[in-house]
Design a protein. Structure first.
Length: 291
């Protein structure tokens, strides 16, 4: 069995991956994939991780997790998803740095099913966007408390991913950028689920539907129907063209309501993020989904 952990990051998914996959029961059954409802396992996994202290789970603990997740025991792939696997939102940024606990969480997760093959999947997100999202999620924290004394330019993904790659110890580590999801969503779904590329899924258009104007959604669907795509590259080019014309304006704007933030600061953080992503995509041992 392959055990998949979708790790977030924070403010990148809102359970969309597991919801879409769960809405394809016949496909899941065909390929022996189990995508349990998050409410069934999140407390069970938390309790198991706390009790095991990182040690390999005995069979009775593994059986208890599976029993809590599903009545199906003939499975080839079991998928868990939770942005809190790495840390709670309050610990994304601490005085020690950015996602400093992320790497230490991988081995304990893998040890929940130590004899099975474990995979880790995660979306990266522009730190400028993430900080803004965290400020909204943690309204009782001042900006100074949120940043824990760090400069926003200090939040760098490359260090985080290098540590995670080392902690993964050769296990599959699949990453992508949240900003690219509108163009790569079908590939993300198939990477997480293990479903073949040529297998259709209800929900392949979800992200485009969420960010495009109604007229654009209708025109894009009609275009795909009359011009069946022959490759991933072709589909992305078509989607990008329609997005350029029909994307909802509020989906591409980034306000700067935080103290001391300017357009120039956001541009600087974004440039650093782009540089980090370019380095991460070249790292051995990292599978990177790029548009």
């Amino acid at each position: 069995m392959k055990v998949v952990f979708h790790l977030g990051a924070h403010s990148t998914d809102e359970d969309r991956i597991v919801r879409v996959l769960a809405n394809n029961p016949k496909v899941l059954e065909k390929f022996k994939i189990v995508v349990p409802p998050p409410q069934k396992y999140r407390m069970v996994l938390r309790d198991a991780l706390v009790s095991l202290h990182g040690e390999p789970a005995p069979l009775q603990v593994q059986d208890a997790i599976i029993e809590a997740c599903s009545d199906q025991h003939d499975m080839d792939r079991l998928i868990f998803s939770h942005e809190f696997f790495l840390c709670i939102p309050e610990r994304v940024i601490t005085e020690h740095g950015f996602y400093t606990r992320a790497a230490s969480k991988l081995a304990p997760l893998a040890n929940l099913f130590p004899e099975d093959e474990t995979e880790f999947h995660m979306a990266l997100i522009n730190p400028a966007s993430l900080i803004l999202q965290l400020a909204q999620r943690l309204p009782k924290r001042s900006y100074e408390q949120l940043m824990s004394g760090l400069d926003p330019r200090d939040l760098r993904w490359e260090t985080v991913v290098r540590d995670m790659r080392e902690a993964a110890q050769g296990r599959r580590l699949v990453l992508w950028c949240n900003e690219d999801v509108p163009l790569i969503w079908p590939e993300v779904l198939r990477a997480v689920s293990g479903v073949p590329e040529d297998q259709g899924l209800m929900g392949d258009m979800l992200i485009l539907d969420q960010i495009m104007l109604p007229e654009g959604r209708a025109r894009l669907r009609a275009y795909f129907k009359s011009h069946p795509v022959k490759s991933v590259v072709q589909r992305r080019k078509i989607a990008a063209a329609f997005l350029g014309k029909y994307v909802q304006p509020d989906e591409i704007e980034m306000d700067a309501p935080l103290p001391g933030w300017t357009d120039e600061l956001i541009a600087e953080i974004t440039a650093q993020y782009d540089a980090d992503v370019a380095s991460i995509a070249r790292l051995p041992g990292v599978e990177f989904i790029a548009p």
